[in-house]
Design a protein around this ligand. Structure first.
Ligand code: NAD
Length: 296
């Protein structure tokens, strides 16, 4: 950092400065903000995305803000592509200490039209019912979220290990799960199950990596209002919440959507071994109370 940070971080863990963070999906809405927080905590950040232009745009903005950031093309589903990015990270920044597995998402082909299957739906060809779900769509969503978390970890966790087989102090992996991992949301069976797999894998890997000293945790964001989903959540003409947004808000005790910046404190806490060194294998909801509320 070569000038005062313009970012109002909730706290700045001192142990992150000078270390290297790799963020996948870093061209996206939430992960660009999380990457920004890591960069403003003094980390050298590598922004990986399938969309190189998006990753480079975020990196350029961070450099303008005085941070150390590079944008790299990488497909989290292609090991060779990740290996190429890993070589560039090592050469340009040094070995990765914090991996944030942010790339993920849903696909319409893994989504039913309606919340419930009703008898008349079986003959309605305009609907995508459970019986119409496309295996390719389901596979896409599973791969992107689950395999897209596992493969980057295989590649970048190796940079955390030293010659004696143990990790450098302070290394950790942070995955991105979701509310629907705790209790599936209607209409999105593939995304819900894939994020449940991410939460399950977070616990498995935390145990598996214990003896080499890499912590593994996850964020479970609730519902965040972003530029992309604004039109889905609010009627453009009236400005009122759509029916689905209304249901989300009614089930969120705090009665509002989250803002991307509200994920940063939890992420910095998980990234910092000084702050959370004995926290391992947890999936932390950041959800305005959504997962705590039964609806009654
Ligand atoms: P986003 O769509 O804005 O960003 C996702 C990024 O991942 C995009 O830049 C995209 O180019 C990239 N990407 C897609 N496929 C890729 C691949 N194969 N390899 C590398 N990069 C790829 O999404 P977002 O809303 O910022 O979500 C980020 C993460 O948070 C995702 O894992 C998402 O499932 C999760 N999440 C989001 C919300 C929310 O409310 N937005 C809630 C819970 C969880």
């Amino acid at each position: 950092m070569n000038h005062a940070s313009p970012m109002n971080l909730p706290f700045v863990p001192a142990d992150l400065a000078g270390q290297v963070a790799v963020i996948t999906g870093a061209g996206g809405v939430l992960c660009s903000e999380l990457a920004r927080a890591l960069a403003h905590a003094g980390m050298k950040v590598a922004l990986l995305d399938l969309n190189l232009a998006a990753a480079e745009a975020v990196a350029a903005r961070l450099r303008d803000e005085g941070c150390h950031a590079i944008g790299l093309a990488a497909d989290v589903l292609e090991r060779a592509s990740l290996e190429t990015a890993a070589a560039a990270v090592l050469q340009q920044l040094g070995p990765c200490s914090v991996l944030l597995n942010g790339a993920g998402g849903n696909h319409p082909k893994g989504t039913t039209t309606k919340e419930w299957l009703e008898p008349a739906d079986l003959t309605d060809k305009t609907l995508t019912s459970f019986f119409d779900l496309d295996p390719a769509g389901i596979g896409f969503v599973f791969n992107l979220n689950f395999l897209g978390t596992l493969l980057p970890t295989q590649v970048f966790a190796q940079q955390m290990l030293t010659a004696d087989g143990t990790a450098r102090p302070g290394c950790s992996v942070i995955n991105v799960s979701s509310m629907n991992a705790f209790c599936p949301l209607t209409k999105i069976p593939a995304y819900s199950a894939a994020k449940a797999a991410v939460s399950n894998f977070t616990q498995w890997l935390a145990v598996h990596f214990c003896k080499v000293g890499i912590r593994v945790n996850a964020l479970a964001p609730g519902f965040f209002l972003t530029a992309q989903n604004h039109k889905l959540l609010f009627d453009e003409a009236s400005g009122e919440p759509t029916a689905r947004a209304g249901k989300i808000l009614a089930h969120t005790p705090m009665g509002r959507f989250g803002e991307a910046a509200e994920l940063t404190g939890t992420m910095l806490w998980l990234a910092s071994s000084a702050a959370s060194g004995f926290v391992n294998g947890v999936v932390v909801p950041v959800d305005g109370g959504f997962s705590a509320y039964s609806g009654v």
